[in-house]
Write a protein that binds this ligand. Structure first.
Ligand SMILES: Nc1nc2c(c(=O)[nH]1)N[C@H]1C(S)=C(S)[C@@H](COP(=O)(O)O)O[C@H]1N2
Ligand SMILES: [Mo]
Length: 395
């Protein structure tokens, strides 16, 4: 507002300048509206992103990025801070990762000590916010009104969490592993963002403390210098700027972000329902998207339609993708498996259409779980995985 008034006052706004301003918005087509989001300001180490909130940053990946390949580039990877203020610079030499609690030998590890704790491995996995697609849920619920861009797939490089834990000689009665980063609550007295995992999940082969992302260091906004990677589980457990690990000798974690939020109804619920049992958000269900064509895309009459998209199996690999069109389920061709819990490319040549056609992509994972046709509503808009549909229009 201020800069616009200043420009008008100084008389330098010309008609030619206006389209440039208008182009810096994305339309997320949110049913509850308003759908326009600014594509700026540009944040450090980031390219053009949909700016859902500036402070703390909530940056959504523009959907066309997902058509460019299965890897989401670091500078287009979404950013979510759940309400804490994170440092804007970090001195790598001074960073410590403490491991304490139910251990025989508490430790404060340097980055070199973390890197030396075990074998360096690389894991490809989708990092997806539990609220990805929340803005598409009807009736609308509170929280970040994301479209589909609160997700990304990367190759993460680091050491196994269990190797880091073993440095502190975790006691045999360990039940949960609690994780905290360097971000602190924005408001005095608000809870810190801490999360915990059951010990058996924490000790899994593919759960890593990562410093590398797609061959580079983690961008600051994505958790430099260390973050947790829990392939197949929602991003809320992928604690960024990881600095403290506390081993709990109890199954109960009553911390705010475990006990009060990031929970799903344990039974089907409807808007307005209260006092139903809930369970913490954990593993992800399968999902898929058409990336080659947008809602309302015009396609050449009489020509086959070359469809392209991405799929994820959630907590298992992608077994198959079908395109639902006119009452049929047509199997798509899967691209190479580049990492079981990452994105998988799919393609399909659809016969020519003579009139408007609604199509959707449906993924089934290796556990036999298939995307539903109708989305079950929940009060936080978590874990959306309904078949996403678009309409094609012959032209
Ligand atoms: N330290 C810290 N880690 C965090 C969070 C946070 O607020 N603080 N938010 C979590 C949530 S809810 C999400 S969706 C992911 C987002 O990861 P990204 O910003 O790298 O995309 O980070 C997770 N890790
Ligand atoms: Mo999230």
């Amino acid at each position: 507002m201020l800069s616009r008034r200043a420009l008008i006052a100084s008389g330098v706004v010309g008609a030619a300048a206006l389209p440039a301003l208008a182009e810096r918005f994305a339309d997320l087509a949110l049913p509850g509206g308003p759908s326009a989001r600014p594509l700026g300001p540009i944040f450090p180490q980031k390219g053009e992103m949909i700016v859902q909130r500036v402070h703390p940053p909530l940056l959504e990946t523009p959907f066309d990025v997902f058509d460019t390949g299965v890897i989401t580039p670091n500078d287009r990877f979404f950013v979510r801070w759940s309400g804490g203020v994170m440092p804007t610079s970090i001195e790598a030499k001074a960073h410590r990762l403490t491991v304490r609690g139910a251990v025989k030998q508490p430790v404060a590890l340097t980055l070199d000590e973390v890197a030396g704790a075990g074998e360096t491995i690389e894991v490809m996995a989708v990092n997806q916010c539990a609220g990805n697609g929340r803005g598409l849920q009807e009736p609308r619920v509170g929280g970040a009104q994301w479209a589909h861009g609160a997700m990304g797939n990367a190759r993460w490089r680091g050491v196994r969490l269990r190797d880091v834990l073993d440095k502190a000689r975790v006691s045999s009665n360990a039940k949960r592993v609690r994780l905290a980063g360097l971000d602190t609550p924005m408001i005095d007295g608000a809870p810190q963002f801490i999360k915990s995992l059951p010990i058996d999940v924490a000790r899994r082969d593919d759960v890593i403390v990562a410093w590398g992302m797609n061959g580079d260091m983690l961008p600051l906004l994505n958790g430099y210098p260390l973050r947790l990677i829990v392939p197949g589980w929602f991003a809320t457990y992928w604690v960024k700027m990881l600095s403290d690990i506390e081993i709990l000798d109890t199954d109960v974690d009553d911390s705010y972000f475990m006990a009060k939020t990031y929970r799903m109804p344990a039974i089907p619920v409807a808007p307005g329902d209260k006092d139903f049992p809930t369970v913490p958000i954990s593993s992800m269900p399968p999902r898929s998207w058409i990336t080659s064509h947008a809602q309302g895309a015009r396609v050449a009459r009489g020509r086959p339609i070359e469809l392209r998209g991405i799929a994820m199996g959630g907590d298992a690999g992608v077994a198959r993708v079908e395109v639902l069109a006119g009452g049929k389920a047509i199997p798509a061709t899967l691209g190479r498996d580049e990492g079981t819990l990452g994105f998988r490319r799919w393609t399909l040549s659809l016969p020519p259409i003579a009139r408007e056609l609604v199509i959707g992509a449906r993924c089934t994972n290796a556990n036999g779980v298939t995307q539903p046709d109708v989305q079950a509503w929940n009060p936080s808009g978590y874990a959306r995985n309904v078949v996403e549909r678009i309409m094609l229009v012959p032209a």
